[in-house]
Structures are given as structure tokens and as C-alpha cells.
Design a protein around this ligand. Sequence first.
Ligand code: MG
Length: 157
Amino acid sequence: MRIGHGYDVHRLTPERKLILGGVDIPWQLGLLGHSDADVLTHAVMDALLGAAGLGDIGGAFPDTDPAYAGASSLLLLERVMEKLGAAGFQVGNVDATILAQRPKLAPYLPQMRDNLAGVMAVPPGRVNVKATTEEGLGFTGAGEGMAAHAVALLLER
Ligand code: MG
């Protein structure tokens, strides 16, 4: 078994969509980034790559590469899964937490879990997605950005 951790932050800005776990969430602000800036999926990918000893998404998908401009992070997760498969790993389970003051994310969490589980080809019960505020503190509390943490367990085939 191999364990990995991922952490990511993106800034909130007007005129961007808010995409979390592949779910398009209606909100006045969205996350700024080279791809769709799906901070949850980015943290999950970094946890997977970390567990496999395969570096990070900055190395796998450079933000200088126009191929990834506006890219769906679920498609990037598919690429990560190809890398894991080639290296002989499968996903055991993933647990992730989104840090966001607003909007209320609870209604969207099951769809995020299902999206991530689908791409990782595991039953939804092996994926857990949570959300919390930071009680108005720091950059997430001020609504300047969102962060996400993830841990992943990989199984060697
Ligand atoms: Mg990111």
C-alpha cells in the first residue's frame, strides 16, 4: 500500500466558472487558473501522484503548455489514472476536504464524489468528499480563494 497527500489553492475571481470535482456550481465567483482550476480535483491528483512517487501535477501538466488551457481537470485526472495504471497501481480509497467560506457545498458533494470515483474506476464508497469553512479566518474565510486537501491510498497490483 502507498499513501499520498495533495494540497491546492486557487484564487476566486468574477467571470470564471466555479468547478469543483467536475461539478459546475452556480455562484458569482469562480476559481482562477490555467485549466478549469478545479481545486478539489487538483488536490486529488497530487495525492495520487504523490502516493505513486510520480511527482506532481505541475510537472505532469505544465501551466505553460497551451494544451491544458481551460482543460477539464477530470480529463487531467484520466491522464493521471493512465500513469498510475502504467506504474502498476490502483486506487484503494481517497478522502478529500474543500476549504471554502461560501457557497454551501453540501448539496454538490455526492456528485463530486461520483465524478471522481467514476474517473478513478472505483465504487463511490471508496471516495469521500467533505467541505468545511475556516470560520471566516484567513484567505478562504475572506472569500479570496478556496483550498483543498486530499489523501489517497494506492494498492500495488
Ligand atoms: Mg491547482
